[in-house]
Write a protein that binds this ligand. Structure first.
Ligand SMILES: C[S@@+](CC[C@H](N)C(=O)[O-])C[C@H]1O[C@@H](n2cnc3c(N)ncnc32)[C@H](O)[C@@H]1O
Length: 275
């Protein structure tokens, strides 16, 4: 025993050994599914393939990497305000790409509302990140700046969650390989719509990473988002709703445009806003 260790085990817990960004990518992101949705929907709507994208709130740039991997002519610009998450993405995701693909990816540490980029076919703002804008002015301003970043027939893709459970203070746990993911809607204020959420991770040795990620959002509703997008100048806004697997009764991963959705406890949809 080393002197000074007083017999305490120096073995690290599973939480201490884990990397919160790895856990996030494994439990939250589905870049392959997102890629399929964006590329197929763009092709259907525009009759051509999307080649250049900008990923707003790109975090670890996982989606940008997926995009440039999927086509030799694909380019991606990732924008995030946080230097730590971008550095992690460069080291763990971008470094894994072939050199040719790395050349077609640009990461920018900027605010999505003020960043200036060359026009792209599609802007992606996934995992509900735009909900950090809490006023109509702030969110409308973001939608206008995303629109300005698009080519003439460009499209903004976002996702959204809702349903009556979205307005509740609750915790949901989901088993992932090697850990548990906990979604914690810690507080909701019905007066102004503020929703404070955390992601925690739990491990089988009892250790935890509490508040690995925190989101201070306003819980917007779909009608508000559609109105704001039209006010920001988009010509057509469509809501793509997930179909149901007849056997399991669960979502089947296929999204179709709808004008009527299900009043489920919890749903996730895509918002497609055409310039
Ligand atoms: C929920 S994460 C989204 C990660 C990723 N897009 C995904 O789909 O999982 C939100 C990200 O937005 C970034 N962010 C917050 N405010 C921003 C702003 N004004 N401009 C650019 N990035 C911002 C944060 O640093 C964080 O990495």
């Amino acid at each position: 025993m080393k002197s000074g260790s007083k017999g305490k085990s120096t073995k690290l817990t599973m939480a201490q050994q884990a990397d919160r960004h790895v856990l996030y990518e494994k439990s939250v992101q589905d870049t392959a599914g997102e890629y399929e949705f964006v590329s197929e929907t763009f092709q259907q709507l525009r009759g051509r393939a999307a080649i250049n994208i900008r990923e707003d709130f790109c975090g670890t740039a996982n989606m940008c990497c997926e995009w440039v991997r999927r086509g030799d002519d694909h380019t991606a610009i990732g924008v995030d305000i946080d230097p730590e998450v971008l550095a992690w993405g460069r080291e763990h995701n971008v470094a894994e790409l072939r050199p040719g693909a790395q050349m077609r990816l640009t990461l920018m540490q900027e605010d999505v509302c003020t960043v200036k980029t060359a026009p792209v076919d599609a802007v992606l703002a996934m995992n509900f990140s735009y909900q950090l804008f809490k006023t109509r002015d702030a969110l409308g301003n973001y939608f206008r700046s995303a629109r300005a970043a698009l080519v003439d027939d460009g499209i903004l893709f976002m996702d959204m969650f809702g349903g009556y459970e979205a307005f509740q203070e609750l915790k949901e746990k989901r088993k992932c390989k090697g850990f548990k993911y906990v979604w914690d809607q810690a507080s909701y204020n019905p007066v102004n719509g503020d929703l404070l959420c955390h992601i925690h991770f739990e491990f089988r040795d009892g250790s935890k990473i509490k508040q690995a990620f925190t989101y201070d959002w306003r819980l917007w509703t779909l009608p508000e988002i559609q109105e704001l997008l039209y006010e920001a100048g988009y010509s057509k806004v469509s809501i793509y709703w997930e179909g149901i697997d007849d056997e399991t009764g669960e979502g089947n991963g296929e999204y179709e445009p709808v004008t009527v959705g299900e009043a489920d406890a919890g749903w996730i949809c895509f918002i497609v806003a055409e310039k």
